[in-house]
Design a protein around this ligand. Structure first.
Ligand SMILES: Nc1ncnc2c1ncn2[C@@H]1O[C@H](COP(=O)(O)OP(=O)(O)O)[C@@H](O)[C@H]1O
Ligand SMILES: [Mg+2]
Length: 261
């Protein structure tokens, strides 16, 4: 656990209330992420992972609990926090560069001031030469890379990623994971990555928080001791399978327990 966390989630609880009753999505979840750490949150579908991430990005309020980033409680959108969603959310009528420039326009800033940085990110994500293509002309992987560039263009310290590669095929996902690690290693970002794919979490992370089935509570935290940098070939080694197997078993057991209750 980090001594001085950049991100601190204390006892996060969330109940959605609506005309069809109420759903408790999170129950007292704790999370602590240190500077430049890569932390993943895994758990079964519907356990509250997106709810937690959205609360960390101040896109929805918690029912109780507290989230601070850089010692400041999250209250609204912030420049030091970037978010990448499962869908790339690119505007279809804008080309790739116009999409990347869009958040600056919304914030009333001149995107030209960030042109060098955007160009660097386009190179890093192998999107140079595609600036004037429209989203429909790009593959799913390229669209998702563009959404990562868009999130990083402000140079946020913290990057929140909600199943960003969930819709991609396995080969593209591997490529994206490798690229993400390269970006992370070069930029020292603090990353919180949500996924339900355990091998993906093991490959990427320093630490993995396992969430229980809904309502999301802390089940277990795993430190991933695989050396870095991590080539893709590490995912075929016995130690990698061992870690994946242990985490899978843990989730399987907790699902069994909760259905037995
Ligand atoms: N806006 C909402 N209104 C009502 N229920 C919601 C809302 N958002 C999420 N939920 C419910 O909260 C639970 C957790 O959802 P979510 O955080 O999206 O899970 P996960 O991302 O882990 O799949 C689910 O049962 C979901 O249906
Ligand atoms: Mg989700």
């Amino acid at each position: 656990m980090p001594d001085r966390p950049v991100i601190s989630v204390e006892s996060a609880s969330k109940t959605f209330s609506g005309s069809r009753g109420s759903v408790q999505a999170l129950d007292g979840f704790d999370l602590s992420v240190g500077e430049s750490e890569f932390v993943s949150i895994v758990g079964p579908s519907g356990c509250g992972k997106s709810t937690l991430l959205w609360a960390m990005a101040a896109l929805l309020p918690l029912s109780s609990g507290r989230i601070t980033i850089h010692d400041r409680e999250v209250a609204g959108p912030r420049r030091d926090v970037g978010m990448v969603f499962q869908e790339s959310n690119l505007l279809p009528w804008r080309n790739l560069l116009q999409n990347i420039r869009f958040p600056f326009e919304i914030m009333g800033e001149n995107p030209d001031d960030y042109a060098d940085r955007i160009e660097e990110l386009l190179a890093l994500t192998a999107l140079q030469g595609f600036e004037h293509h429209h989203p429909r002309e790009l593959s799913g992987g390229m669209q998702q890379r563009a959404s990562i560039v868009r999130a990083l263009a402000y140079d946020p310290d913290v990057l929140l990623m909600d199943e960003p590669f969930g819709a991609l095929d396995a080969f593209t996902r591997d490529e994206m994971n490798l690229m993400l690690l390269e970006i992370w290693e070069q930029s020292n970002k603090t990353i919180v990555f949500v996924t339900h794919q355990i091998p993906e979490a093991v490959y990427l992370s320093d630490r993995i928080y396992v969430m229980t089935p809904r309502p999301g509570r802390n089940a277990k935290v795993y430190e991933i001791d695989l050396p870095r940098p991590r080539p893709l070939s590490i995912t075929t080694e016995p130690h990698f399978f061992e870690i994946v197997g242990e985490i899978k078993q843990n989730i399987f057991d907790s699902v069994q327990e909760s259905t037995a209750e």
